[in-house]
Ligand binder design. Structure first.
Ligand SMILES: [Mn+2]
Length: 217
């Protein structure tokens, strides 16, 4: 039987994504999942989009950067960073197709024993009541905004039995606890691209070829 492989924030790091899948020995029998933020900031947004939209055994949740681009595409007044404008330019005529694809991404993927989300969940709320802003941006529980960094991280208060696998929060080394697995290890910032292979819970990572973006927003 195939494995379940969940990949951290790719951010256009196509080379590293290929190397990671190679290192894992991923095959057609495996189910590949992404925690979102597949595009923006990195050098290979077009290649990553081309790969994920044609790969049959690949599924992703919505990341905050895809969500921002989608809101912009829908005419909402959102603030774009230079990296978003660059992604739009890089995708060119494919941007529309990309946004159609993004609009179909689920906000979470429930795998039974595991839950895949981009950022996190509010521990005191049922899954169906989690907002898209929380699922794509949540960091801490005491701040007013979903993306706030003030107060206690959501995963320090989460007591659920379902293992939440998430990205968004950049760790030097993956966060691996009984009920939370954080796998964004900042590839686009020059660190590593990480995946977790289930059910054994094995972490696999490859180093970034270089620093593609600066941390800080
Ligand atoms: Mn990210």
């Amino acid at each position: 039987m195939g494995r379940t492989i969940v990949i951290g924030d790719v951010h256009g790091c196509y080379l590293e994504l290929m190397e990671l899948l190679d290192q894992i020995g991923a095959s057609q029998d495996d189910r590949l999942f992404s925690v979102g933020d597949l595009i923006t900031k990195g050098p290979g947004n077009r290649e990553v989009f081309e790969f994920v939209r044609t790969k049959k055994n690949f599924q992703s949740v919505l990341g905050n950067h895809e969500y921002l681009l989608l809101q912009h595409h829908r005419g909402r007044a959102v603030e774009l960073e230079p990296a978003h404008l660059q992604t739009i330019a890089e995708l060119g005529s494919d941007f529309k197709d990309c946004m159609a694809w993004v609009s179909r991404l689920p906000h979470y993927i429930d795998l039974g024993d595991y839950l895949v989300v981009h950022a996190g969940i509010r521990p005191d709320r049922p899954l169906e009541e989690q907002t898209v802003d929380d699922l794509t941006q949540l960091r801490t529980l005491d701040g007013l905004q979903p993306g706030s960094r003030e107060g206690m991280p959501w995963f320090d208060r989460y007591r659920g039995g379902q293992v939440v696998i998430f990205g968004h929060w950049v760790f030097d080394t993956p966060l691996f606890r009984d009920n939370v697995i954080g796998i964004d290890t900042g590839c686009v910032y020059g660190c590593r691209l990480t995946a977790v292979v289930l059910p054994e819970g094995r972490l696999v990572s490859v180093p970034a070829h270089r620093v593609y973006a600066q941390k800080g927003w």
